[in-house]
Design a protein around this ligand. Structure first.
Ligand code: SAH
Ligand code: SF4
Length: 360
């Protein structure tokens, strides 16, 4: 019985496999309610924001699922200037978000590494070192990770994408830059450098099984992950995987539901970590992020990048809010979160409790 499984303090792999396959709406509600109960216990009815700045869509990688992969010649490439980033950071700071996230395509040339380092120092100078800064800038060397941490970042998101190595191979080009081992090494280096380490997966990839997803959750636990950012895989038709996936993946509704189940299972299984309700959830459902919060997530990354740039940063199709300005998006989101009983916490970083509990 689902109810009995949800009463257990520690779930086995078999339990997780049963729960992820729930189809009955009442049983699904039991699962989501349990996850929300645990969220309330460990985090409270609180949501933390990270203002998301999409710094650049220039990328040296060619991930087969991603719209801004190097091989996509239809993309007009851009890179924000330091002043652009500082201006958006200032807006985030003044609006009390408490945290921001810098994301971009992957580059590892010294010009880029220096640019990020200098920008981090200035952002923190302008905010009296009060912002929690998350980076999502791909695989880098341990030395680069250390430099960026010292310059002011404290968290890093690098998704493992899938822990099924065969599937990982299928969704990436077959070369030395896109290996599973490199990704694992990068996650280890992030821990060594001292970050709150975040990872995650895409949900509903072609060929991905329930067991794969359960193994992903177990991987998060075994690697003592502090934060999770995961969401549905969404087709971008100008990509090789997008072409293969057309007509060959679960429906939008099913991928959305599976993503909610994944959030709920992660909350139940991992308890005190930070979990983001990601933009990709929002792309499949206008209330996707709110539903993600009610399934156990506690972090939202509202897009703060200015509106004339966002259309060029399309990892997948149908990215929401492309023409909304940041302020309108902020107020609407706060209101709809209030309606579901959640409070947005301003002027606090909202670090991963798990990270600090581990240090004790
Ligand atoms: N270049 C960095 C950060 C930008 S990509 C990196 O790769 O880590 C951030 C995430 O976007 C990726 O980890 C991937 O999980 C997600 N993503 C890319 N293409 C996607 C797609 N088509 N559908 C859903 N998520 C996608
Ligand atoms: Fe580049 Fe990240 Fe997209 Fe891969 S997922 S192509 S590293 S932006």
């Amino acid at each position: 019985m689902i109810k009995d499984i949800l009463e257990k303090e520690n779930l086995s792999k078999e339990d997780l496999l049963k729960l992820i396959q729930i189809e009955d709406p009442q049983e699904l509600q039991l699962l989501l309610d349990k996850a929300y109960e645990i969220k309330l216990k460990y985090i409270g009815n609180k949501v933390y924001y990270r203002g998301l700045i999409e710094c650049s869509n220039i990328c040296i990688k060619n991930c087969r699922y991603c719209g801004i992969r190097k091989g996509n010649e239809n993309v007009e490439r851009f890179m924000l200037t330091k002043d652009d980033i500082l201006e958006i950071s200032q807006w985030i700071y003044e609006n009390g978000y408490g945290s921001l996230a810098l994301q971009s395509g992957e580059r590892n040339d010294s010009e880029f590494v220096n640019f990020i380092e200098e920008t981090l120092v200035e952002i923190q100078k302008n905010s009296n070192n009060s912002l929690g800064i998350t980076l999502s800038l791909g695989e880098q060397t341990l030395d680069t990770y250390k430099r960026w941490l010292k310059a002011g970042a404290s968290r890093y998101l690098l998704r493992i994408e899938t822990t099924n190595r065969e599937l990982f191979k299928k969704i990436h080009p077959n070369d030395e830059f896109h290996t599973f081992e490199r990704r694992i090494k990068a996650l280890k280096d992030l821990r060594t450098a001292g970050y709150q380490v975040g990872t995650g997966v895409m949900i509903g990839l072609p060929g991905q099984t329930y067991e794969d997803l359960v193994n992903d959750i177990i991987f998060f636990k075994e690697n003592d992950i502090d934060m999770i950012g995961m969401g549905p895989y969404i087709i971008h038709e100008e990509t090789p995987l997008g072409q293969e996936a057309l007509g060959n993946i679960l429906s939008d509704g099913k991928r959305f539901q599976l993503s909610l189940k994944m959030i709920a299972l992660c909350r139940i299984y991992l308890k005190d970590i930070n979990i983001a309700a990601t933009t990709a959830l929002h792309a499949l459902d206008p209330l996707g992020r709110e539903k993600g919060i009610l399934a156990g997530a506690n972090v939202i990354m509202p897009n703060a990048t200015s509106k004339n740039i966002k259309p060029k940063y399309q990892l997948y199709r149908g990215k929401p809010n492309l023409n909304d300005d940041a302020i309108k998006g902020k107020l609407a989101l706060e209101k709809s979160l209030k309606e579901v009983g959640e409070e947005v916490v301003y002027f606090k970083q909202g670090n991963s409790p798990h990270f600090y509990n581990r240090q004790k």
